[in-house]
Write a protein that binds this ligand. Structure first.
Ligand code: AMP
Ligand code: MG
Length: 269
């Protein structure tokens, strides 16, 4: 995996080989990472404006992880400072009756980014091979075929100009216990506590298995998964920021030529 966190297709992926507490990809201390984050944030702001001006690409960021893994934290800390006009956040909850009456990608496709835009999925179509599998909401014969459907869907999006960045925020079971505990203790976090999280926690091992299979089956050349050790929030934020900035830099975005020859235009007094 190295320090790119990227899971290559074809590799036999084992979640247990990625340590949730591993911060070795960052050479330095927490304070150094936080300092570097400031630079990454302003770079992301610059690149996002360029993405908008360039108008040839769309960017889709997919965030997945267990409850309390830090999906909301990433949105808050990585994207603070970015112009809200060019970035959308799409959270995916339990499907509504109307959503349930359609195929699982219907509500997803409707939220994909337009050219020049960046959309962050807080949960995604991957819930349809995770929670749906763990809780047996559909038969195995159905969810198993969704890996292929997802890969083809994402391939089509990338062909049509969307760059897809998928992050799995990997925490360990004990870290989740601490975070849920904090939600109970801290009055400013009480609102985040939901008894559904305790219920879901009982299925920890089933979820880990579902995540492992999902990553193995849907990490592709066109839309690879990044597995981010996320027990340390500073490291998680840094790793996600750096990956997004690197990817946007790689798009060779450019300001388009204006519609006029600026050397010939004078603004009248
Ligand atoms: P939260 O992200 O904490 O607001 O919770 C959203 C809830 O919606 C989670 O419990 C998800 O498992 C659930 N959810 C999201 N997508 C689906 C889906 N396709 N099918 C069933 N449950 C879902
Ligand atoms: Mg929750």
């Amino acid at each position: 995996m190295g320090d790119s966190f990227e899971i290559r297709p074809g590799d036999k992926f084992r979640l247990s080989h990625v340590g949730p507490t591993d911060t070795s990809a960052f050479k330095g201390k927490k304070e150094d990472a936080e300092k570097e984050m400031e630079g990454l944030r302003s770079e992301l702001d610059r690149l996002q404006e360029l993405l908008y001006a360039d108008h040839r690409h769309a960017v889709l960021v997919v965030l997945q992880g267990m409850d309390s893994a830090g999906k909301d934290g990433v949105i808050r800390h990585v994207f603070e400072g970015v112009n809200p006009q060019g970035v959308q956040v799409a959270p995916f909850k339990v499907p509504t009756p109307a959503e349930q009456d359609h195929d699982f990608l219907w509500r997803i496709h409707a939220q994909t980014p337009a050219k020049g835009h960046m959309t962050i999925f807080n949960r995604s179509h991957y819930e349809d091979v995770l929670t749906v599998r763990v809780h047996k909401l559909v038969d195995q014969g159905i969810w198993e075929k969704r890996y292929h459907a997802i890969n083809e869907f994402e391939r089509n999006l990338t062909r049509e100009g969307t760059t897809i960045l998928k992050f799995f925020l990997h925490i360990d079971r004990d870290e989740q216990r601490k975070r849920l505990e904090a939600r109970l203790q801290d009055p400013t976090k009480n609102w985040k506590f939901s008894s559904a999280d305790l219920h879901e926690r009982q299925f920890w091992d089933d979820y880990q298995k579902a995540y492992e299979d999902m990553i193995q089956q849907t990490t592709t050349e066109w839309a690879p998964w990044h597995v981010i050790p996320s027990d340390h929030k500073w490291f998680r934020n840094w790793a996600v920021s750096r990956t997004i900035v690197k990817t946007l830099t790689g798009l060779s975005l450019a300001y388009p030529k204006g519609e006029v020859d600026v050397s010939k235009v004078r603004i009248p007094p």
